[in-house]
Ligand binder design. Sequence first.
Ligand code: SF4
Length: 240
Amino acid sequence: MAVPVEITVFGGTLRAQIPVPSAAVSAGQMLPMFHSIGDAVIHLSIKAVEREGKSISCRMGCAACCRQFVPISETEARELIDLVSKMPEPRRSQIRERFAAAVGKIDAGGLRDRLMNPESHPAERMRTVAIEYFGHRIDCPFLENEMCSVHPQRPLACREYLVTSPAENCSTLSDIDGVRVPNHASLALCRLDEKPTQTLVRTVPLAMIFEWAKTAPTEPAGRPGTEIMAEFLRYLGTGV
Ligand code: SF4
């Protein structure tokens, strides 16, 4: 059935009728719809920045942000694992080797537990951990020739990272003027995975998805797509 969507971002309004399955589906099966909505919110956020006379400085071939810590939802982690598992050989093994190399750097840097169990390190601010992570120059395993090799399926957090500051600032993590996205589809998606008792929005470090999978919770049972979409829009509308 068509679900009406209306989101206002910085004075611009997104209005659409999105076809959503009424049958039971997983959140992963609805990712293309969440991507479309997230992209529309980002588009409105960019328009707001442009009205201020600024322009986006992100360009193809600039991948400084692809060496930053990227937290993604459990739903996206499952889908990316599935994507890699369906890649033909030898590509699948190449990508798995890159994940192993990234995990090796994370372990060598002593970051594993702080990334995987942030709730066990309440005094440690994630911003501090992210700066430390960046210092280890850990390429995203999907980065190839300074470009994203899974661009159509890239996580929402990657889509939401846009800057108006010079590209070189992203290489040093200094004076970054990021586009403010008031309604984060990435976080709304993470909230879908939450248990009611959780106090922390759980995310999975992109480079650690295969480590996470070793002890990952079972995928939630399918629910009517309309129910999942209503929940996603509720979280998105509250600007989580
Ligand atoms: S998934 Fe793509 S856009 Fe995101 S960090 Fe990796 S290479 Fe960059």
